[in-house]
Design a protein. Sequence first.
Length: 185
Amino acid sequence: MTEMDPPAPANPEPAQEPAAPPPPAAPQPVWQAAPPAPPAHSPRPGTVTAASIILIVIGSLVSLLGLLVVLGGALIGTLGEGQSLGVDLPGVTGAVGGIVAVIGLIVVTFGVLELISGIFALLGRAWARILALVIAGLGALFALLGVVGSQSSEAGGPALNIVLLVAYIFVIWAMASAGRWYAER
């Protein structure tokens, strides 16, 4: 032995045998627990329901009014060459009828957009909330112009425009304040 080698131990420990395998696990039951329920969404705020219904009702009425304007434009366009209106210009009735029909189509489009935004905002679609805010803003602007431009001597005066203005302002407030509910969806 050299001086560098360590001394051998007196009793070397015997090599340990591998541990016995664990006993088999008890069989699992065939049924398993139901998966956890998804997190419940908060109920739809009443203001969103009311604003959506307002948009649906106003959109329906505006769409019907627009259809009447389109039909009126078509009727004006089918009149004679200006003789029935007392005008001696050829093609005037067709041009006026076309302009009225185009205005009617714009009104129908606005009403349909109100309907779509009201229906899908009621279902919780975030894009419909944004569309409802834009449409209600435009509607409030038109209603305000109607209030400013109307004469009190007319039948009803500015009352209808004031009602529409208040309704559109409510829709804007309701949709703007319901952002958290739409974000949960």
